[in-house]
Ligand binder design. Structure first.
Ligand code: IPD
Ligand code: CA
Ligand code: CA
Length: 262
């Protein structure tokens, strides 16, 4: 496994060369809030070509171009640029996120933010790392926690419920943050900077790599009701540095939602 993770890291670093600082094209996907750039497409094409060579016969679940072929033992789950809205505005919080799942379980994850100069990686059972150094979640309790969250950017009909949940957690914790990249936010939790996480609806490519990195750093991630995240389906994502805080987030969400609204 270690050898393959080293190869994924090498490939992701190389792909980041395609996240050029200027001269890329910005296009809309259905709405002006949902963007794709020529760099997203270039990074995805590059990764798909290289990663297919790394594990012949593997499948892909990728954000762009409806690439969804999960009937294989090994599946690559790829967000070529997470935080595209930041990238399109030349803001630093954007990254490449690549996870590898084997028989439905994420076994390796790499998140690389070239402009923050942070490369996070984890292998199942081997811990989590940032730029080669071991990372661990903090032990801050809920009331001292920093909360990373968002208002359901691409499904604004959920915004009112998100805002009720965010208000509730905000009033009982330290403060909240919104970076605009779910993968980076999960990695910041893994590295001990933030403690609480909630998003109403993420796609597998947003959370697959970051979720493993949080778990390997000693944290917890789950879906609505506390269930395990399915790496092939859209999901609510709840996470924390501590089990007790995660349970508190799950029960807070449950006060505003009796069932998942999608
Ligand atoms: C988005 C970012 C954002 C999150 C959205 C995601 P994209 O991904 O991760 O932080 O709030 O839910 O869709 O569109 O930049 O790849
Ligand atoms: Ca994303
Ligand atoms: Ca993306």
């Amino acid at each position: 496994m270690k050898m393959i993770t080293d190869k994924i890291i090498e490939t992701v670093r190389e792909a980041a060369g395609l996240m050029v600082r200027s001269g890329f094209e910005v296009m809309e996907k259905g709405s002006s809030a949902n963007l794709v750039t020529s760099s997203d497409l270039a990074v995805q094409h590059f990764l798909v070509g290289r990663l297919a060579e790394l594990i012949p016969g593997s499948g892909f679940l990728c954000e762009e171009e409806d690439l969804d072929d999960i009937s294989h033992e090994y599946i690559w789950i790829i967000d070529p640029i997470d935080g595209t809205a930041n990238y399109a505005r030349s803001m630093q919080d954007c990254c490449i996120s690549v996870a590898l799942a084997r028989n439905g379980e994420v076994c390796a994850g790499v998140v690389y933010s070239p402009w923050r100069d942070e490369l996070y990686h984890a292998e199942k059972g081997s811990g989590a790392f940032c730029n080669g150094h071991r990372i661990k979640v903090s032990d801050r309790p809920f009331e001292d926690g920093l909360f990373c969250t968002a208002m359901s950017t691409y499904r604004k009909e959920f915004a009112r419920t998100c805002s009720d949940i965010i208000y509730d957690v905000y009033m009982r914790s330290n403060d909240f943050r919104r970076y605009g990249s779910a993968a980076i936010e999960l990695c910041l939790m893994a590295a001990g900077y933030v403690e609480l996480y909630f998003e109403m609806r993420l796609q597998p490519w947003d959370f697959a790599a970051g979720g493993l990195i949080v778990k390997e750093a000693g944290g917890v991630v789950c879906g609505f009701g506390g269930e395990r995240l399915d790496p092939f389906k859209p999901s609510m994502v709840i996470g924390s540095n501590r089990e007790d805080s995660c349970r508190e987030l799950v029960s807070t969400v449950g006060r505003y939602l009796s069932e998942l609204p999608y």
